[in-house]
Ligand binder design. Sequence first.
Ligand SMILES: CC(C)(COP(=O)(O)OP(=O)(O)OC[C@H]1O[C@@H](n2cnc3c(N)ncnc32)[C@H](O)[C@@H]1OP(=O)(O)O)[C@@H](O)C(=O)NCCC(=O)NCCS
Length: 173
Amino acid sequence: MPPPPPTDRLTFHEMELLDLDDMAELFADPLVMRHYDHPFSRDESRAWVEWGQRLYREHGHGLWLLRLRMSGELVGDCGLTPQEVDGETSIEVGYHVRSTLQGNGYATGAAEACRTYAASELGLRRLIAIIKPANAASQRVAEKIGLPLERATRDRHDNEVLVFSGDPSASNT
Ligand SMILES: CC(C)(COP(=O)(O)OP(=O)(O)OC[C@H]1O[C@@H](n2cnc3c(N)ncnc32)[C@H](O)[C@@H]1OP(=O)(O)O)[C@@H](O)C(=O)NCCC(=O)NCCS
């Protein structure tokens, strides 16, 4: 399946190993990775790109690369991946934005496009975001695209997480 269509400011692309330099720079940034255990090494970023490619093959969707429509500059990634929480697999919307470009509404715009895609292309009636309690910016993005807080639980590494969820086909206005 093709990635979501462009928004007014962003384009979506399938990740390729040719993008590894860009992705490695994104995931080596301690600010982008502040809610993860550690910034990624180049090998971990390569594994991330390969995971993305596996998801495209097996599910037709995954995390897509985001670029500025005007210049082609890398913004980050955003997309739809299967995630298991409390024994149930749901599709999660996820996003990472380069620290120099945060605060411009890019994650919200991209996540909104993925919400629309989840409803119209995948026919989903449930979309989730699994977010650490301290990650207020990510929680705000989830709420803004119509995914309110559902519950607190623990992930497979026994970390406390918050599950935000909603029906992506519901009106978000
Ligand atoms: C989460 C993230 C993708 C948001 O990207 P972004 O492009 O800056 O997001 P937007 O500009 O679309 O919106 C951010 C919203 O969060 C708010 N926000 C930002 N920092 C915040 C904070 N510390 N506390 C509360 N709200 C915050 C912004 O004000 C904005 O809300 P508003 O429009 O109502 O003012 C970005 O911060 C990021 O890449 N973080 C690191 C990676 C990450 O944690 N990804 C999510 C994993 S679950």
